[in-house]
Design a protein around this ligand. Sequence first.
Ligand code: ATR
Length: 301
Amino acid sequence: MNPLKPADLHTDPSLFKGMDVYAVTGNPISHTKSPDIHRRFADQAKQKMHYGRLQPDTNAFALAAKSFFDAGGKGMSVTVPFKLDAQVFADVLTSRAQLAGAANTLWIKDGKIYGDNTDGAGLVRDLLAQGIALHQSRVLLLGAGGAARGVIGPLLEQSPKCLVIANRSNLKADELVRLFADLAAAKEVALESRTLSDLEDSKKTPYPFDLVINATAASLIDESPLSIQATAHVFVPSSFAYDMVYGKNTAFMQQALQRGARVSDGLGMLVEQAADAFLMWRGPELATLIDPRAVLATLRS
Ligand code: ATR
């Protein structure tokens, strides 16, 4: 059986002779904006390439990725739920992909599959581009799953004053604090864990945050991880609330707006992580030719 079915939306590299072929892989994948983003980067940098979509069954990532690369595919973006599979699939990982525990970008070089994670760098660049100062700021990260883990390293690199990781259950948040303790110490960041209910208690949450990032899956089911009491403690009008999902005004964003805070969805992060992947694949010298903020503005318009 060829796992690259016709339903895989023109991703079989053998259909594109003479052209480098890339794909985004996820399940579901029909909603993705990645092909549009990469087509715009390719136009800006005058690159002849094709970028398609691939939707393997949830237990069939490795089979589909192997078929794609065996058929001549050059690189792959990886999204939910396959970032852990992608990390396992790669022969060689960048240090940030190792620390993130997941890979969102794969490519082949000299017969080996390389894996990187550009999510955290994408988030940080989007925040900085929106004028959010991270150095010496108080940051609250909601969630302790893969999405949260992927951004902790790059956030710590910016030397915030503190990074508090809050999750429904404290076990996973404690584990992340342990995992990143050395980096936090090196960057002189107070890295702490809380439960979401700790955020309702002014003794356990004595100060509001400059930046609150929602990395939980709550927005996907139209819920917010924050209770009304918690929003009163974590937000002030100078706070910035960032939801990693894009394309909707989430319950979390609405809560922040009600407290007078500024908000952003995660579309800028998506574009910025894609820019890193594009440069990894096509060459860092193209950095001066692509304009992620212009691509973002077009997607928003
Ligand atoms: P991902 O890789 O997208 O981060 P995940 O590893 O399943 O997915 O993690 C989902 C995160 O969202 C977890 O932190 C989860 O909290 P638990 O560890 O307590 O399960 C969090 N989450 C999911 N739904 C939530 C909800 N309705 N409210 C608050 N947190 C939620």
